[in-house]
Design a protein around this ligand. Sequence first.
Ligand code: FES
Length: 101
Amino acid sequence: MAFVKVGSLSKLPAGSVVEALVGNGTYAVCNAGGEIHALDGICPHAGGPLGQGALHGTTLVCPWHAWEYDCRTGANEMDDGFMVAKVPVKIDGDDILIDVP
Ligand code: FES
């Protein structure tokens, strides 16, 4: 595990999400009202790119079929049997770092 820079706070305004590619991994990094959360970026439904979705409040919407996840927990909002793994986040000045395997 190692923290890796995946973006800048100044380029991730509140209400936005960005896709981050680190090694072979894809992650979704969200700014939910000033709280930064990172999740695995692959939707458990059919592999959609969550980092290319939309963020409404704390709800991350998959761009392929609009399944919704709580970016704070990774839980699917209709069926919490579908979980997206959370990834630890650290802020260092303007840098957003995530702890990748
Ligand atoms: S792949 Fe995400 S909702 Fe279908």
